[in-house]
Design a protein around this ligand. Sequence first.
Ligand code: MN
Length: 280
Amino acid sequence: MAPSLRGSAIGETICSGLWTAIGRRDQKAVQIPGLNTGLGPSFFQHETNMRYTHAPSPVITVPVAGSDEQFPVHRIYCVGRNYVEHAKEMGFTGREAPFFFLKPADSLVVVPEGTTGTMPYPSQTQNLHHEIELVAAIGKGGRNIRAEEALSHVFGYAVGLDMTRRDLQNEMKKQGRPWCIGKAFDHSAPMGPITPIDRCGSVEQADIYLKVGGQDRQRSQISKLIWNVAETIEHLSAAWELQAGDLIFTGTPEGVAAVVAGDLMEGGIDGLGTLKVRVT
Ligand code: MN
C-alpha cells in the first residue's frame, strides 16, 4: 500500500534526516524544512489535507557569508562563452549575443565557508572539465530589466564551478542536440557562500582564478566578461522572468581543462573567498 503523507503519518513515513519536523494533526499544518534552511516556519506551512504521492523535494539553499541566513534557490542559469579567450579556446570568435543554458537547482554542491566540498567523478565521461565562474544571486525578480537598473536586482555574489562533461557536450554539439547531459548532471554545480552585495561591493574589477593541485589552471579578471552582470541580466530577463532565488553562472575565462578523481580544485574571486572542492 502506498504510504500516505496525511497528517501525523508523515512522522512515520519519512525517516530521512532531511525532514527534521513532523506533521502535527492538532495544528493542521506541517513544517517541512529543507536542506540547511534557516527560513521561518511560516514559509513551510502546508495544509495536511494535501496528499503527496511521495515526499516533496527539499528546498535547496546556499549559506549567506557572515550570517546565519540561507538563500533558497529557484533556478540556475548559465551563460555560455562569456570571455573572449575562452570563446577562442572553444573554437569561436567571441563576438556573439549571450546565450544560456540551465542546470537543475539540485545539481548544486554547496560548500560552506572554510570547508572542502566533494563531488563524485560523474558517469559516462572521460573528460570532466572545470569552469570557474562568478555567480550572481538574484534577490529581486523581474522581466525586461534594463542593464542600468539590473544590479539593484542582485542580492550578492559567489564563487562557483560549472563542471562539464566536455566529451559528452562536444558530442551533443556535433549532433545539434541539447547540452543537458554535458552540463546539467548531478553534482555539476559546486558553489561557495553568497556574499551580499552590500558587503562585497562591486566585483567588476576582481581577479578570478582556479588552481588544481596547487597549480594555476585559470586566471583572469571579471572585467573581461564579454557581457557583464548587468547586461547578462538584461538579456536573460528578456527571455525568462527572473525570480528571487535565481542563480546566474556568468561564464568562465580561458584555461578550462580536465580533472580526475583525487584532484583538489581551489578557486577564488577577490572579495568572495575561496571555493575548495575535491573530486572523489
Ligand atoms: Mn560555464
